[in-house]
Design a protein around this ligand. Structure first.
Ligand code: CIZ
Ligand code: SF4
Length: 369
């Protein structure tokens, strides 16, 4: 790093990265990757844009990526092309010497923001005023802040992803009678329904209302409390989109993510995480037709990688994760240049207060996974 009179100069800046042509940007990213070599690990979530996805050393859903990050003890820098809760998870699961970097700090998750620690604590108090605390397990979808993961860890609960939600919920029911599931109501409802839990034993918890908007009797007889959260991307898929495809192509298979509403999930042939969707469509026989209800970048990649099949995006609207979209090639280049220049930007550090119990909640999940 150059310095003049103690003032740092020539720090690579983001605006400059936007001025470059695609080719030069790609060359520079590849150059830094080669120079940092084994000191660097770039992780790419399945929803990432191709312009950064192509540079990932390892790709997958949050479960696969967090398991992988936990094993890479020798990588000094982990650049996470994903969203904040994933980078936080990687920080919790890696050593204090390893640095986790999120190329754009605005890459959050609108669903994760629908549950915060104060409102979850209030809900917990309201519920446990009516039922014994040792009958309730808190479960948080991995799409949540580290403080909420810590909340679960401290109360005998754990984390789940869309890949393992059923296994995690089963584990919880083997120990206690009831669960509080947040922030995604749809993943909770779709999974519990498939496990045979009747809808009238599930209650929506609206944190904006006293007692979540429920009577004390309703709270007492509930088995599954579902937080009033949802993914704005997946809620755009509608039952009529499924009907429309079925009418046009009677042989089509409809596969959707469990963050879609129950009405969409119930009309679909298959439901599962991004990894499940990719695996299923990739393994399907040539000539088959698929309508896929999940994020657009993933579906476009699936289309391109499966030219022997017909792959359609389930909605006529553009359902793109606007926060995943934040990580673009200029941000990736900028964060890599800053690693090389020794002036790291956007390092994600989970506060010490949350780290211990959040790790307990994640480890419980990883042991089961
Ligand atoms: O678990 C993940 O990574 C998310 C958020 C979705 C999925 O199904 O991969
Ligand atoms: Fe969050 Fe939805 Fe984006 Fe997934 S697709 S990261 S749940 S906003």
């Amino acid at each position: 790093m150059d310095t003049a009179f103690g003032v740092k100069i020539s720090e690579p800046n983001l605006a400059d990265c936007y001025q470059l042509s695609h080719e030069i940007r790609d060359e520079r990213i590849a150059g830094i990757k080669a120079r940092l070599s084994d000191r660097l690990l770039i992780l790419g979530h399945n929803y990432q844009r191709d312009e950064v996805y192509k540079f990932a050393d390892y790709t997958g859903d949050s479960l696969k990526l967090s398991q992988y990050a936990a094993q890479q003890r020798d990588r000094e820098y982990i650049v996470f092309c994903g969203v904040k809760f994933m980078a936080e998870t990687a920080d919790i699961l890696t050593t204090p010497e390893q640095k986790v970097i999120l190329p754009d700090l605005a890459a959050g998750c609108s669903m994760a923001d629908m549950a915060d620690i104060e409102t979850v604590e209030t809900a917990w108090e309201e519920i446990t005023r009516l039922i014994p605390e040792d009958t309730l397990t808190p479960i948080t979808y991995i799409n949540s802040g580290a403080d909420l993961k810590a909340f679960c860890g401290e109360r005998g609960g754990l984390v789940c992803t869309s890949t393992n939600a059923e296994k995690i919920i089963r584990w919880a029911f083997e120990r206690r009678e009831k669960i509080l599931f947040f922030p995604d109501q749809h993943l909770g409802r779709n999974t519990c329904k498939r496990m045979g839990i009747p809808l009238d034993e599930m209650t929506l918890w609206d944190p904006a209302k006293p007692n979540g908007g429920n009577s004390p009797e309703a709270v007492r007889k509930t088995r599954v409390f579902l937080w009033h959260g949802f993914c704005s991307v997946h809620q755009m898929f509608q039952p009529q989109h499924v009907d429309c495809f079925r009418k046009q192509y009677p042989d089509i298979k409809v596969i959707v993510h469990p963050e879609c509403s129950m009405e969409v999930a119930d009309r679909s042939d298959l439901i599962g995480s991004t990894e499940y969707i990719i695996r299923t469509v990739t393994a399907a026989p040539a000539g088959t037709r698929w309508a896929v209800g999940t994020e657009l970048n993933l579906v476009n990649r699936l289309k391109r990688d499966n030219p022997d099949k017909e792959v359609f995006f389930l909605s006529p609207m553009v359902c793109m994760c606007s926060t995943m979209f934040r990580i673009d090639a200029p941000h990736l280049l900028w964060s890599l240049e800053r690693i090389e220049s020794g002036t790291i930007v956007n390092q994600i550090i989970v506060p010490e207060a949350d780290r211990y119990w959040a790790k307990v909640a994640l480890d419980r999940m990883l042991e089961l996974a």
